[in-house]
Write a protein that binds this ligand. Structure first.
Ligand code: 4AD
Ligand code: MG
Length: 461
């Protein structure tokens, strides 16, 4: 037995020899005496053509197989120099494994991505998605490889948590109560703040706070896990459930943090370009013509750096008609982020030192008293891909900030203790995994890089 990937990779080895493949029928046509099937076995986004003749014992049956029936094929791999595909298999035996039916939805070669979202369970069978989800897998591996090679410890932070790591109130509540079976009148009697074994809990928005606890023991750690945001953002870049990578480094400041982010981005892009070469070429041909050039540019350039204040001035002077006019103190919108990375820098750029009012409570206050040591990495095509900061290590300032943000220091007692018992400067960032997949594939909607996406108004699967 072999695979289609093997055959494309090591054609010489297989040519004019007998091969055995298992897969699903993608297309089928036949005449009275012979027929063609295109087979895909999932190991590669390309198909292989199977020729079968009347002499085949079950010719009549094979000829009528509906698309997506699964078969085992035995035959000789022969070169076809005049044809579009470089080789085909002359079948000597075809064994039917599983029948499909005539109403299989993927009859045509091309369907819109929107339509494919409605059949998420069949979507990985289409070439584009085969390539997307393979790149997703390879990218995940590259990220682990990068951090493990540098000695970072992988920490599993909790999914169910009592703290709001971003302090933004965008949490999905987790409850042990069966709301549907509580009689209407009793509902007001219940203390909804103590519903998970006596505590109010939610799905985590970030593993950062727990990550900090481990960084202050191991020095360098990273998390890589699912995170959840109950934000009502129905955009092409926001999901309610997404994966995040969050390194945290102790004895390090915001510059060390940016250096790590830049090294990581270059490493993972290079890794994917080398280890999913055909897939990246496929995306470059069919999804985004400038992809490879852009990725090469990332690997070979030094990322830009600009302060928030400079960025605001630049945007104001740009003469662009933005939907949201720019003024100091506002959060940058996607249009501004993309303008900076696509028009001004034409490469990834870090924006640093944001106004403290628009950033999370844990970020370190700068000496100007107005800004915090925050950094966002903006990339062409996507906008913000990384958000990070140096953390406030000064106990009093952190406590004060928690109160200012309307949060209760009691809830964060353990987080505050990290500053009490040998606190040190430390920093970290979060890479949105799906945004990274989008960036490396050129796919423009986050729904198309998540196997079963959970976004505003969609959790059918
Ligand atoms: O900027 P964010 O909110 O930062 C944090 O969560 C920090 N705790 C990270 C840290 O310093 N350890 O999120 C980080 C990244 C964003 O830059 C973005 O790429 C991604 O996570 N992200 C989302 N991706 C998809 N859907 C959403 N709703 C996202 N929200 C954030
Ligand atoms: Mg952010």
């Amino acid at each position: 037995k072999t695979t289609i990937r093997e055959i494309y990779k090591e054609t010489e080895k297989y040519l004019n020899n007998e091969v055995v493949l298992e897969g699903w029928i993608r297309t089928s046509r036949s005449s009275k005496t012979f027929g063609f099937l295109e087979l895909n076995d999932g190991t590669f986004f390309k198909n292989i053509q199977i020729v079968f003749e009347e002499s085949l014992e079950n010719f009549k049956e094979v000829e009528k197989l509906p698309l997506s029936s699964s078969i085992m094929v035995k035959g000789i791999l022969v070169p076809t120099p005049e044809a579009k595909q470089p080789f085909e298999i002359k079948a000597s035996e075809i064994e039917i494994e599983g029948y499909s039916t005539a109403d299989y939805p993927l009859q045509k070669k091309r369907h819109t991505f929107e339509y494919m979202r409605t059949i998420a369970h069949l979507r990985p069978r289409a070439n584009t998605f085969n390539a997307v989800f393979r790149v997703r897998s390879i990218l995940a591996y590259a990220i682990h490889k990068f951090f493990q090679e540098r000695g970072f410890v992988y920490v599993h932070t909790p999914i169910v948590t009592a703290s709001d790591a971003e302090g933004a109130g965008e949490m999905f509540r987790v409850s042990t109560l069966d709301f549907h079976n509580i009689p209407m009148n009793d509902k007001k009697e219940i203390d909804f703040t103590k519903d998970f074994f006596g505590k109010e809990t939610s799905l985590t928005v970030s593993g950062q706070l727990e990550g900090e606890a481990f960084a202050l023991a191991y020095k360098d750690i990273y998390t890589f896990g699912p995170t959840f945001r109950a934000e009502n953002s129905n955009t092409a870049r926001h999901a309610a459930e997404f994966w995040m990578i969050e390194p945290e480094i102790a004895f390090a400041d915001i510059n060390d943090d940016m250096q790590l982010a830049e090294d990581m981005m270059k490493y993972i892009i290079k890794y994917v370009m080398e280890n999913a070469k055909e897939e990246v070429e496929f995306f470059n041909s069919f999804v985004d013509k400038g992809l490879i050039e852009r990725l090469e540019n990332v690997v070979n350039s030094d990322f830009g750096r600009i302060t928030y204040t400079e960025a605001v001035e630049l945007l104001q002077k740009s003469g662009e008609e933005f939907q949201y006019p720019v003024e100091w103190g506002m959060d940058l919108q996607t249009e501004h982020e993309r303008y900076l990375s696509e028009k001004v820098f034409k490469k990834p750029v870090f924006v640093v030192d944001y106004p403290k009012e628009i950033k999370a409570f844990y970020m370190r206050l700068n000496d100007d008293g107005k800004t915090v040591a925050a950094m966002d990495l903006l990339v062409p095509g996507v906008g913000e891909i990384i958000g990070g900061s140096q953390r406030e290590e000064r106990l009093e300032l952190l406590e004060q900030k928690i109160i200012e943000n309307g949060m209760d220091p009691e809830d964060y007692w353990w987080y505050l203790e990290l500053r009490k018992f040998g606190g040190t400067k430390h920093a970290g960032y979060g890479l949105g995994f799906e945004r990274a997949v989008m960036y490396i594939t050129g796919m423009t909607n986050i729904r198309d890089v998540i196997p079963f996406p959970r976004t505003v108004k969609s959790a059918e699967f």
